[in-house]
Design a binder for this molecule. Structure first.
Ligand code: SAM
Length: 271
């Protein structure tokens, strides 16, 4: 079994991603990225690696009916789930299957590129960034989010170590891969090499109210590339993971919610 480190989820996992991960963790950060990009009415926006479309939907509301949004992803299963979501008011959204290394768009044809928690998974990051720069207009901007170091994200850090310990590093790699590009200097160097102009980086910390971890942890795992490894483990091992996570965050429980801080870089670059 090989765990996908590029978040290539099958259809059922894509649905779980939308139902479990988007409301709890990825959605709040997609909204934070859209706010950070400061979208204006009428702008043309693309969301590269849109997944099930959280950032694209917030963008559609922000640019309004005079704007336009395209969600691009190379995974047809994620796009199929994106297409099934109820429409949002604002711009219409077009969903397109495309590789970030080869965007199906003309030079300078969009005002804003959004890329939420996706650059770290691209095998050819330089190519992906060059494509984002190519398609954005002269006065346009590119907004990216990338998790801060795993040590600054205690929930993910604990989950990776617990899976590593109870199940194995190959399974844990499915989540660890999300933390493959966290160093500010490395990010800045990549952006400079891609010839971007002004670079504005900050950190967004959100204290997110997760459900009780006894129920959330197995549901979360089922929506990630770690699902196959977890499902193959016996019941005791699975319970070991869940109990260890619940015990680790016992002191974070407030009124049946587990409040945990998450930190992500927010990066805005001009062409
Ligand atoms: C962790 S998900 C993030 C999805 C979404 N942006 C969000 O914030 O919920 C990473 C996404 O990157 C997509 N992806 C990975 N490699 C890609 C590539 N080369 N081109 C386009 N999308 C890619 C995956 O299919 C997946 O949907």
């Amino acid at each position: 079994m090989t765990t996908s480190t590029q978040w290539q989820l099958a259809r059922e996992s894509a649905e779980r991603y939308q139902n479990i991960l988007t409301p709890s963790i990825l959605g709040p950060f997609a909204r934070a990225l859209v706010d950070f990009a400061d979208l204006q009415k009428g702008e043309q926006v693309i969301d590269v690696g849109c997944g099930t479309g959280a950032a694209a939907r917030f963008a559609a509301a922000a640019v309004g009916g005079s704007g336009a949004v395209q969600g691009l992803d190379k995974n047809g299963s994620m796009l199929a789930v994106a297409r099934e979501q109820p429409p949002v008011s604002g711009a219409s959204i077009t969903w397109r299957e495309a590789d970030a290394a080869q965007l199906p768009l003309n030079d300078g044809s969009v005002d804003v590129v959004l890329c939420a928690q996706t650059l770290q998974f691209l095998p050819e990051k330089e190519k992906g960034l060059a494509e984002m720069r190519r398609v954005v207009s002269e006065r346009g901007r590119v907004a990216l989010s990338l998790w801060c170091a795993i040590e600054e994200n205690p929930y993910f850090d604990a989950l990776v170590s617990t899976i590593d310990h109870h199940i194995g590093s190959e399974t844990a790699a499915g989540l660890r891969s999300a933390f493959g590009l966290t160093n500010s200097q490395e990010i800045e160097d990549l952006l400079r090499d891609a010839a971007f102009g002004e670079i504005n980086m900050s950190v967004s910390q959100l204290d997110l109210p997760l459900p009780l971890l006894e129920s959330f942890v197995p549901r979360h795992i089922s929506a990630t590339p770690m699902a196959a490894g977890f499902n193959q483990a016996d019941e005791n091992t699975q319970q070991g993971v869940v109990h260890s996570m619940a015990a680790r965050f016992e002191t974070h429980v407030v009124e049946n919610q587990t409040i945990i801080p998450f930190r992500s870089h927010m990066i805005l670059v001009s062409k």
